[in-house]
Design a protein around this ligand. Structure first.
Ligand code: ADP
Length: 332
């Protein structure tokens, strides 16, 4: 597999982009950069996510601003841009009557790959997506999971450095969803691809993205690394382990270390305030001592994160309340 474009140009750069449909403004002065790695684009329905994707592909006429994809203007060089981008659209883009492998081969041919090579590549990429013998069946007989695998294979068959996905885990069962997310991580980490993931599923974004952009009513409301966005207002560490965690929280509080029991997606945990002077090892020592005393087996001690869902809802509420055009940046 080819690694990412070696040029220094930013994969996607939007500067004050405005898109209107009649008197409806879908993108209202959007500026953003999508860097190599995985970036999540999240926002409520009607936020402008699909319009943004169409803008990157040069499919809409803008009222203002500029777009660059690897330094190219998609309006002026649409073919060159399309060569650099693989898109997994939310809606079905299958050609009726084709088999799975026929569809992926067709996508390869559209990207200018010669016939024999296109078939070989189609099989190679379908193998990588774990599409078994079902690839020989007509597309209309596929389950949602297989359809998504074929759409994904068709998007990456020409080995583009930028991959844009619109709701790629929609309708997938938990195993398929995990496999799909794993493939995205492999493409980004091992092959240097830039992945732009548009989704409603915030835990997916928190699990695999390095950065996130929150779009609402056509404006960027929040952008930054997941680490920055989910950092609690006060420094905290989270202790996971087995045994009476509630007693551990009580013992730590009695010793003057602010601690509380919290419920996380992985079960109960104790959150412990980390001192402003940053003496985390001292807190860890205290946690270990008290854990031993109350019979807790400490499994992990890591910086606490707020759920991205909480950050997302708070940013939308703030934007609504203030009705301000300003972009809120994550704290440095
Ligand atoms: P999202 O993908 O976040 O749901 P969209 O980009 O589809 O948002 O839509 C953003 C806004 O633009 C919405 O108000 C939507 O109704 C409007 N819109 C999108 N496409 C069109 C279109 N082809 N014609 C008119 N309005 C549109």
């Amino acid at each position: 597999m080819r690694s990412a474009d070696s040029s220094d140009a930013c994969p996607v750069e939007l500067d004050r982009v405005v898109k209107r449909y009649g008197n409806r403004t879908a993108l209202d002065g959007v500026s953003l950069r999508v860097e190599p790695g995985i970036t999540g684009l999240v926002g409520p329905n009607g936020a402008g996510k699909s319009t943004l994707v169409r803008t990157v592909l040069g499919l809409v006429k803008l009222a203002g601003g500029s777009v660059r994809v690897f330094g190219l203007d998609p309006q002026k060089a649409p073919r060159q841009v399309r060569q650099q981008v693989g898109v997994v659209p939310e809606d079905e883009s299958a050609v009726p009557g084709l088999t799975g492998v026929g569809m992926v081969r067709y996508a390869a041919r559209l990207c200018g790959i010669p016939a024999g090579e296109a078939l070989r590549r189609a099989h190679e990429v379908l193998d990588w997506c774990d599409a078994g013998q079902e690839r020989y069946r007509p597309l209309e007989t596929f389950s949602v999971g297989t359809r998504q695998k074929v759409a994904f294979a068709a998007a990456i068959v020409h080995d583009p450095p930028l991959i844009i996905l619109d709701e790629p885990t929609n309708g997938l069962d938990p195993i398929e969803r995990k496999a799909m997310l794993g493939r995205l991580v492999t493409l980004a980490r091992d092959h240097g691809k830039t992945i732009f993931l548009c989704t409603h599923v915030l835990p997916d974004v928190q699990a695999i993205c390095e950065r996130a952009i929150v779009l609402a009513a056509g404006r960027v409301r929040l952008s930054g690394s997941i680490e920055e966005l989910t950092r609690p207002a006060l420094p905290m560490h989270r202790v996971e382990g087995t045994g009476p965690l509630e007693e551990l929280a009580r013992a730590l509080s009695a010793a003057g270390i602010a601690a509380s029991l919290v419920r996380t997606s992985r079960g109960p945990a104790v959150e412990v305030a980390t001192p402003a002077d940053g003496d985390t090892p001292a807190v860890l020592r205290a946690v270990c001592e008290h854990a031993r005393d109350v019979g807790v087996g400490v499994r992990s001690f890591e910086p606490a994160q707020r759920p991205l869902e909480e950050v997302f809802i708070a940013s939308l509420r703030e934007a609504e309340a203030a009705q301000t055009p300003e972009v809120l940046h994550a704290p440095a």
